[in-house]
Design a protein around this ligand. Structure first.
Ligand code: 0PR
Length: 366
């Protein structure tokens, strides 16, 4: 650290210079995050110093976390869902596996996940000492449930399905996974970190949530399609009492016990997440999602006209293409199979799609 503090003006010109090196979202087509909704930014600023880790000091903010859980639980068709606001999908997935592990003691526990699952499951399995078994995908990059049977055994503590896979935007056959989970009495966790704020707002929603009786827990991230500030994730559970297994004593806090992973937790991004849901309502969220899906249709049509076929028709707004190039100035990403990947987030407006297609056309011409 410096011995004497830096004058404010100098400090902020330094910060501004560094901030300028960051990319603006306009040309970022590779991200599952987006510019926060203006309502999110405004709400965030009101709650800067709030700490949900000691909720008795911030009962107002804590009630917003409860409202967020209740709104998202209801969106997932379960008004009595339990849950808490996490730092994002990684923490939600880790905590879901912790619950599943506590739920079913096993000599050498394993977790069965689709090959498309997010790398957060690798981290969680490493931390929790779980064997991760990977189910192959079908031709449409969804979990191949035919291959599932032989992978489950009595040491399987959790089965995982993904709603809106990170790389291909697919929804696993959760209805089938729910049947398997019920038949074999296995905890079923649904990673809807991305798709949880897309699928419920589609014209034809695909069933994946607590309406399916085998689903025990769901990850859903407001800081992705919910346009909140970062960090805002949410872990939802069918039975609130499952969190008891994670409770540890916190004798000197305003609560006696806590089940969360983090101690100090931001209230600001949680307030921002709730504010967006309240401000937009179902109708507003449907419009946002419809816009993203419409822009994606245009992108796919435009790319195919240029001779770059889609790798698959996605269930949500993640488009992938057989295309080994990309125009300069644009950030796209590559899947593990080498496909170009574009996430049609709310900041990827129609004019952005048209500008990208026009630049793609130019590389072709050049
Ligand atoms: N589950 C799924 C299905 C995800 O796609 C992600 C992250 C997670 C869990 C983990 O969520 P957190 O990152 O909130 O812990 N998906 C994006 C990814 O890994 C996250 C991301 C977002 C990465 C923006 C880069 C970026 O610019 O691609």
């Amino acid at each position: 650290m410096r011995e004497y503090g830096c004058p404010e003006k100098e400090l902020f010109s330094f910060l501004a210079a560094r901030r300028e090196k960051d990319l603006g979202y306009r040309n970022i087509l590779s991200s599952m995050c987006t510019t926060p909704h203006p309502i999110a930014a405004k709400a965030h600023a009101m709650f800067l110093e709030t700490n949900l880790g000691d909720p008795g000091l911030f009962p107002g903010t804590a009630s917003l976390e409860e409202m967020l859980v209740s709104r998202l639980g209801t969106l997932m068709h379960h008004t009595g869902a339990g849950g808490y606001a996490t730092s994002g999908g990684t923490e939600s997935n880790l905590q879901a596996l912790r619950i599943a592990k506590k739920h079913k003691p096993a000599s050498s526990p394993n977790v069965v996940v689709p090959a498309s699952s997010h790398f957060s499951f690798e981290k969680a399995c490493d931390i929790l000492g779980l064997e991760m078994r990977t189910v192959p995908l079908d031709a449409n990059f969804r979990m191949d449930t035919e291959a599932l049977d032989g992978m489950i055994d009595r040491n399987t503590i959790c089965l995982v399905g993904v709603v809106g896979t990170t790389e291909y935007g697919m929804v696993d056959p959760i209805e089938r996974l729910s049947e398997v989970a019920e038949d074999r009495e296995i905890f079923l966790h649904v990673d809807a970190a991305f798709g949880g704020m897309v699928v419920p707002f589609l014209e034809r929603p695909i069933p994946f949530d607590f309406r399916l009786p085998g689903v025990d827990s769901i990850s859903v991230d407001p800081h992705k399609m919910g346009m909140s500030t970062i960090p805002a994730g949410c872990l939802l559970v069918r039975e609130p009492k499952v969190f008891n297994a994670l409770n540890i004593d916190t004798p000197y806090l305003t609560v006696r016990q806590e089940c969360t992973l983090a101690g100090t937790r931001p209230g600001a991004s949680v307030a921002s997440a709730l504010a967006v849901l309240e401000y937009l309502g179902m109708n507003g969220m449907r419009a946002v999602v419809a816009g993203c899906m419409e822009n994606q249709r245009r992108l796919i049509e435009g790319m195919e006209t240029l001779g770059y076929p889609r790798a698959v028709t996605p269930d949500v707004n993640v488009a992938t293409f057989v295309c080994d190039r990309a125009p300069p100035g644009w950030r796209v990403s590559r899947t593990r199979f080498g496909h170009m990947r574009i996430v049609c987030m709310p900041h990827v407006h129609r004019d952005v799609v048209e500008a990208f297609l026009s630049d793609m056309g130019e590389i072709d011409a050049g």
